[in-house]
Design a protein around this ligand. Structure first.
Ligand SMILES: Nc1nc2c(ncn2[C@@H]2O[C@H](COP(=O)(O)OP(=O)(O)OP(=O)(O)O)[C@@H](O)[C@H]2O)c(=O)[nH]1
Ligand SMILES: [Mg+2]
Length: 263
């Protein structure tokens, strides 16, 4: 049952091509979501479905939500905002973990990614961070020793990746960080261990201090409405969240103009 409260609800987010769809496919051990290398984004729609978490076999069902990648293109920005509206509707029963997916070979936190994180925080509230898991893909077994210096830099307690995010958004707790490979996951003990770490991280944020899934006033308010009224409400909330992020406006980004003009 899609609304069973025992389901893990997992949403992946991140830049185009970072391995979001592949990570979900690895978890369920099924090529459900299209993945690959392309000039533009491969995932163009929100995809969600219910499956067993199979890597590793944990005996729990997972409601997985795949999203199109964040990218810096005017046309795609407009499309992504429309899709985000659908995204929030589909998550209105609560979320175990928001998995932010990065590629270990490209760990820049660019302004666009930062603005999208600001937008999520603004819409969902700062409690959103308590349900975030950071994932780095492309940490393949045969690359692991070569990547060890990168991994140490990213996890550095004073200057590492999570530390930078914590400083930007000014929260004091740690975010779980998982390094994994989506390459050849079927028989690999290494992949099994990586995904066990991911499962443990998801369960840890799901069972945070409040021992419950993430929900927020915004989700509840969305749920209290239906049809066109619900659509208009979501659009209005996104528009005011964007307007409240000075960096998005100062950037003079066409994305902001488009966000406002499509709603
Ligand atoms: N070697 C290796 N390749 C990976 C890994 N994760 C993803 N890939 C490859 O990276 C490419 C992009 O992966 P996707 O899963 O399609 O990425 P995405 O984030 O869903 O991309 P969009 O939907 O376009 O935003 C594919 O060719 C994957 O096979 C990994 O851990 N190791
Ligand atoms: Mg994808």
């Amino acid at each position: 049952m899609i609304n069973d409260e025992n389901n893990i609800v997992l949403a992946v987010m991140g830049a185009v091509g970072n391995g979001k769809s592949s990570t979900l496919n690895s978890i369920i051990q099924e090529p459900l979501f299209a993945s690959g290398r392309a000039v533009g984004p491969v995932t163009k729609q929100i995809g969600n479905c219910l499956r067993y978490w199979r890597l590793p076999k944990v005996g729990r069902t997972v409601h997985i939500v795949d999203t199109p990648g964040i990218c810096d293109s005017t046309y795609k920005d407009v499309a992504n905002v429309h899709l985000m509206v659908e995204f929030f509707k589909s998550l209105s029963h609560g979320v175990s973990a928001f998995v932010l997916v990065f590629n270990v070979h490209d760990t820049r936190l660019d302004e666009y990614t930062k603005n999208m994180l600001r937008l999520f925080e603004r819409l969902l509230g700062p409690q959103f961070w308590k349900h975030v898991v950071i994932v780095f893909t492309h940490v393949d077994e045969d690359q692991r020793s070569y990547l060890e210096d990168n991994i140490n830099a990213l996890t550095d307690p004073r200057e590492g990746f999570v530390q930078v995010i914590r400083q930007w958004f000014q929260f004091s707790y740690q975010l779980p960080i998982v390094f994994l490979s989506n390459h050849d996951t079927r028989y690999s003990q290494y992949a099994h261990n990586c995904f066990l770490e991911l499962y443990d991280a998801v369960v840890a944020v799901e069972n945070g201090p409040r021992r419950e899934k993430f929900t927020c006033t915004f989700f509840q308010e969305v749920n209290n409405r239906t049809g066109v009224v619900q659509d208009n409400f979501i659009a209005q909330r996104i528009r005011s969240a964007v307007a409240a992020i000075p960096q998005m406006i100062q950037a003079g980004s066409k994305a902001v103009v488009n966000v406002c003009s499509v709603m």
